[in-house]
Design a protein around this ligand. Sequence first.
Ligand code: CP
Ligand code: NVA
Length: 307
Amino acid sequence: MASPRHFLQLKDLSREELDYLFERTRSIKARFKAYQRYWPLQDRTLVMIFEKASTRTRLSFEAGMHQLGGSAIYLNTRDSQLGRGEPVEDAAQVISRMSDIVMIRTFEQEIIERFARHSRVPVVNGLTNEYHPCQILADIFTFIEHRGPIRGRTVAWIGDSNNVCNTWLQAAEIFDFNVHVSTPPGYEVEAERAGLYGTDHFEQFADPMDAARGVDLVTTDVWTSMGFEAENEERLRDFADWQVDTEMMRAARPDAIFMHCLPAHRGEEVAADVIDGAQSVVWDEAENRLHTQKALMEFLLLGRVND
Ligand code: CP
Ligand code: NVA
């Protein structure tokens, strides 16, 4: 049996494959908006395993699979044997014999890699401590929709060098753009953990205002990611000067846009007048999770299609 294609990190797909996905996303999105039925995944089953909470990821995968003609099954740690110590390898064997594609949201990247090694079907990363590749598919697609090609542009990442930041950095290498990162001391990017080939596509700035100067896109995320709740109080203090506010947006290009993967904490990582303001594209960004992931599932299950 040929081993399936997985999507465990953004760089699991080539630049050319990602461009193809965006082309398919445009077509799938247009059909959805026109209420045209498109059921290429009829009789296919997606299993979604959540070890952490979710609104957007669950909704977009579940709705997306239904819209493509298939069905989706939700499992979580609490109600399945996964929470009672069944080995990941055993779960992968069983789940992948009963389904066509699996999406997992979990803690360490190593867990999803172990699952994928024992899976007969494609495995998709729905967020780990290290990466959130489905989010960045939607983010890059949204940037292109609003501003055209991202190659040669500059993105400012303000705040924690977390899973979403790491994936932006992988995207910068793949699509050849630059990222200005500003984190508080002690929270800097670790290139190896981010899975980068080098350090050519990002620059770290001590002052977030310097990172935002002249950029095309300003983006941020929560100061405390899921799984790190014990550090919350310390992080609230450490990140206090890393809020994206109107002054920071003024340092960026006048036509700069603002993104946030959501959920957001207004008054912490972003000021309400930025996320709710004219430069914010966060609702398009959230909606595009649906369309980009439909293209991803189609590609992983059917390869390239011509319609
Ligand atoms: N952005 C994102 O992944 O949202 P959820 O945690 O709601 O899935
Ligand atoms: N960095 C956040 C993203 C949530 C979608 C987290 O991991 O909790």
